[in-house]
Design a binder for this molecule. Structure first.
Ligand code: SAM
Ligand code: DTB
Ligand code: SF4
Length: 387
């Protein structure tokens, strides 16, 4: 099959899932490709010239994707993934908690809320030099993006100067910068943009309907407002959610619909699987089936084809095979480093060993980095990130 025909067939397979047409990959003809493309164009003319990038998804369409046999869903998601990304490249972000615990919010999953009795204490905002030490280490280990989090409901004007200095210093190392600090107003977003911030992470967490079961101290609409401020300031939006918080599939559908129907798809979409933390109201939550995580990643890939879909919290409980299926489903970014904010993440060596077994390469700001080897950290090679 010629490359052109292969590409058109890819387009038709993708088109069929959003148009509702009953077409299998093998039966597609070029004329049907055109017919479906026309149909897609009508449907997608509202906000995007690109037929794959839609912001008008319906519940029925998303449910239909979720309900596909897993192999069909994986095939479609992987086909879409290959249209826009190298399927063997994964972007690495490292997280650092720059202000831990003591948060007044009541997010029922969170170890850092002062309302719950967890093992997490409260700290002050970390100073710039300490942040830089961690950032340099992350960079040496192969991370291209450094994501800093604070256990705040919202950013206070009195902290903006310090935060801006931290952003500029990390940016000067040559890393992409990301912050997640809670709600942000437009002026604060402008200040962070000016300081060199690349991404702002603010998750909508779950569907609008399930949201009140998770958080009562700030609303779903507050979250959307912050995302608007971030977008309008010209920052890249990083927004996703958590699955496995006792919600139903219809809420996972609602979460993805709310993300994909934003005025612009977030550049990064973190999909977290709940890490149950002892002492929080969700501490004893039953573990979600891994295949539901795989499905959620695949549906996110199909709905937001040009976004980075990040496997976030919960990778430890997914295991190697679960993660491999998520990469197959179109995940192309991870949080890298043995700690997330307060909970454990796979060790760097484990991740590198998995990447080697899967033939995956890491990506730094669009550059592919040759795979680091499996040796333990500190091998002594100047070219290896295992320092
Ligand atoms: N305080 C800020 C906020 O809430 O926007 C920023 C930090 S907050 C911890 C960042 C995100 O981490 C949350 O919105 C949530 O999606 C995710 N998260 C927190 N605890 C989690 C857990 N136990 N399991 C999975 N995801 C979690
Ligand atoms: C995101 O979506 N997940 C990260 C990051 N953005 C800030 C946080 C995960 C936190 C997991 C629980 C913890 O370590 O406290
Ligand atoms: Fe506070 Fe953020 Fe945790 Fe909610 S998720 S309790 S806002 S740190």
């Amino acid at each position: 099959m010629g490359a052109q025909v292969a590409m058109e067939n890819e387009a038709s397979i993708v088109s069929s899932e959003v148009s509702g047409a009953e077409i299998s990959g093998h039966e597609v003809t070029i004329s049907s490709v055109e017919a479906i493309a026309d149909q897609m164009e009508n449907k997608t003319s509202e906000l995007s010239a690109d037929a794959d990038v839609r912001t008008n998804w319906t519940v029925e369409e998303i449910e239909a994707l979720y309900e596909l046999p897993l192999m069909d869903l994986l095939f479609r998601a992987q086909t879409m993934h290959r249209k826009y990304f190298d399927p063997n490249k994964v972007q690495l972000s490292t997280l650092l908690n720059i202000k831990e615990g003591g948060c007044a919010e009541d997010c029922k999953y969170c170890s850092q809320s002062s309302r719950y009795s967890t093992d997490v204490g409260a700290s002050k905002l970390m100073d710039k030099d300490t942040v830089l030490e961690y950032a340099k280490k992350a960079q040496a280990n192969g991370s291209g993006r450094f994501c800093m989090g604070a256990a705040w409901r919202n950013v206070k004007d009195r902290d903006i100067g310090k935060i801006a200095e931290i952003v500029t210093a990390v940016k000067d190392l040559g890393m992409e910068t990301c912050m997640t600090l809670g709600m942000l107003n437009r002026d604060q977003a402008d200040s962070l943009k000016e300081a060199g911030l690349d991404y702002y992470n603010h998750n909508i967490d779950t569907s609008p309907e399930y949201y009140p079961e998770v958080i009562t101290t700030r609303s779903f609409d507050d979250r959307i407002e912050t995302l608007g401020n971030v977008r309008e300031a010209g920052l890249n939006v990083c927004s996703g959610g958590i699955i496995g918080m006792g919600e139903e599939r219809k809420d996972r559908v609602g979460l993805l619909m709310a993300l994909a129907n934003l005025p612009k798809h977030p550049g990064s979409v973190p999909i977290n699987m709940l890490v149950p933390v002892k002492g929080t109201p969700f501490g004893d939550m039953k573990r979600l089936d891994s295949f539901e995580m795989v499905r959620t990643v695949a549906v996110a890939r199909l709905m937001m084809p040009k976004s980075y879909v990040r496997l976030s919290a919960g990778r430890r409980s997914l295991g190697d095979e679960g993660q491999a299926l998520c990469f197959m489903a179109g995940a192309n970014s991870i949080f890298y480093g043995d700690k997330l904010l307060t909970t454990a993440n796979p060790e760097e060596n484990e991740d590198m060993a998995l990447f080697e077994r899967l033939g995956l390469k890491t990506e730094q700001k669009g550059v592919v980095v040759e795979q680091q080897h499996e040796a333990p950290r500190g091998c002594g090679s100047p070219d290896c990130g295992c320092i």
